[in-house]
Ligand binder design. Structure first.
Ligand code: GTP
Ligand code: MG
Length: 171
């Protein structure tokens, strides 16, 4: 008998240029592109995450970070069971922006939404947010924190795998 399949909607939020699209594409397709094309509105990807006893069929909504699209984000996080809020570890402002996203999700998203914070671009020098600071922030709010590099494929699969394990095994 095959494994149970659970469909889950996950939304990727965060400031412009932090690497939301690169992270989503890295996870879904295993690829990376260094040319930056700002996402317009939002973009949809899928990926199956096979766990021991069931399969999580992710519907990944990669949102646009540009401020002018902010109001659209609600449409994407509405009904999402999980959210990855991404910042760029070399850009402090993007860390502060991710705190705004967390507040907004707490106010307007599903109460049971599983929020995960992701610090991207750890392959670069000149970090403006340390792991300790980000972990401290997440600990206070009881959120998971992961550091990744979409470019060098560090930690990306782990983020989605850990989220998949924490989601309800039904959809
Ligand atoms: P918007 O769609 O405008 O909100 O941006 P985004 O968050 O989707 O950013 P995107 O994935 O397009 O990446 C922005 C830029 O950062 C691109 O030039 C990427 O190549 C670069 N980038 C993304 N991830 C990494 C990473 O892990 N390391 C490095 N060095 N660069 C990265
Ligand atoms: Mg994008």
């Amino acid at each position: 008998m095959g494994k149970t399949v659970c469909s889950h909607k996950i939304v990727i939020l965060g400031d412009m240029g932090v690497g939301k699209t690169c992270l989503s594409i890295r996870y879904s397709y295993g690829k990376f592109s260094s040319t930056h094309e700002a996402t317009i509105g939002g973009c949809f990807l899928t990926k199956d995450e096979e766990l021991d006893d069931h399969v999580v069929k992710y519907e990944i909504w990669d949102t646009a970070g540009q401020e002018r699209y902010h109001s659209l984000a609600q449409m994407y996080y509405k009904n999402a069971i999980a959210a990855c809020v991404v910042f760029d570890v070399t850009n402090r402002e993007s860390f502060e922006k991710c705190q705004q996203w967390v507040s907004e999700l707490h106010e307007k998203a599903l109460p049971e939404i599983l929020i995960t914070i992701v610090g991207n671009k750890i392959d670069l020098d000149g970090h403006q947010v340390t792991r300790e600071e980000a972990e401290g922030y997440c600990k206070k709010l009881n959120l998971q924190y992961y550091e990744v590099s979409a470019k060098q494929n560090i930690g990306v699969d782990k983020v989605f795998r850990e989220i998949a394990k924490r989601l309800p095994a039904e959809s």
